[in-house]
Design a protein around this ligand. Structure first.
Ligand SMILES: [Zn+2]
Length: 267
């Protein structure tokens, strides 16, 4: 059997390899052709750890035929792929990362702005991990107005779920070390306790998938995103989607919020 990575891995943003419960164990999913009749424009997708943001981003990407732009992915590419370092911004970012230093906001902004010049972003894109701060959100608003003709403004959609639900998704997560299938002992258990359905390997739990680590990550997330949420809410460009549902229902809630936000701008 050929081992394959869960498809969501490429969308994990700044948190390499961290993702939420998927239902793609042992199977390759069938993807419908993208719907090109609706232009989503720039969409900032927000969600606490465990809420399934990576999965939902992947569904939006597939449905609308737009890219996901993750600052984590951009920085990782600069660090790992020499061909990405041929710009002054790229080589400066690499120099800082090689020294273990943070890449400052204004440099991240430049890297994002370069990515947004690529033609695949014309109908929209999903933003992941950016803007992370209020100054970045304000920069992005100005940038989109000044650099493009008729581009829609950013809308933000936050996937929200109850604390207990999120905690169960994190603490119940088990992974197959062989085929990388992801299970959840509460919501998506293997047929036999602790054993992968695909090849019978013993499932493992990440050492940081504990409630105390989760609580700390949730607190950090809420503190970091509060000013960004307040920014888009004040501009009437923010909606919440109920994340306490199955994957398809959450996806439908996000699509509904997106259409509502875009139609609101027309009227
Ligand atoms: Zn397996």
């Amino acid at each position: 059997m050929t081992a394959s990575l869960p498809r969501v891995a490429g969308f994990a943003g700044a948190e390499v390899g961290r993702h939420d419960t998927l239902t793609t164990n042992c199977t390759s999913d069938t993807t419908a052709p993208a719907d090109l009749s609706f232009s989503p424009g720039p969409v900032l997708l927000l969600g606490a750890p465990g809420v399934g943001k990576g999965t939902q981003a992947q569904l939006l990407v597939a449905k609308h035929g737009i890219p996901q732009i993750s600052t984590g992915d951009i920085l990782r590419a600069i660090r790992n792929d020499p061909s990405k370092v041929q710009t002054p911004e790229g080589s400066e970012a690499k120099r800082l990362m090689d020294q273990g230093l943070l890449v400052p906001d204004d440099l991240v902004n430049k890297l994002v702005s370069k990515r947004l010049t690529e033609p695949d972003t014309a109908r929209g894109f999903i933003l992941d991990g950016f803007p992370r701060t209020l100054p970045q959100a304000e920069w992005l608003d100005r940038h989109l107005v000044s650099n493009s003709n008729g581009t829609l403004p950013v809308v933000a959609i936050s996937i929200v779920a109850a604390y207990d639900q999120l905690a169960r998704r994190i603490t119940g997560r088990r992974t197959c070390p062989v085929c990388r299938s992801i299970y959840n002992i509460y919501t998506n258990p293997p047929k036999v306790d602790g054993i992968c359905d695909c090849e019978g390997a013993a499932l493992t739990q990440r050492s940081d998938d504990t409630e105390s680590v989760f609580t700390e990550r949730l607190k950090t997330f809420e503190e970091q995103t509060a000013p960004v949420v307040a920014h888009y809410r004040a501009l009437g460009r923010f909606e919440e989607a109920d994340g306490d549902q199955d994957v398809d229902a959450v996806n439908a809630a996000i699509e509904k919020a997106l259409v509502h936000l875009r139609n609101g701008q027309l009227g």
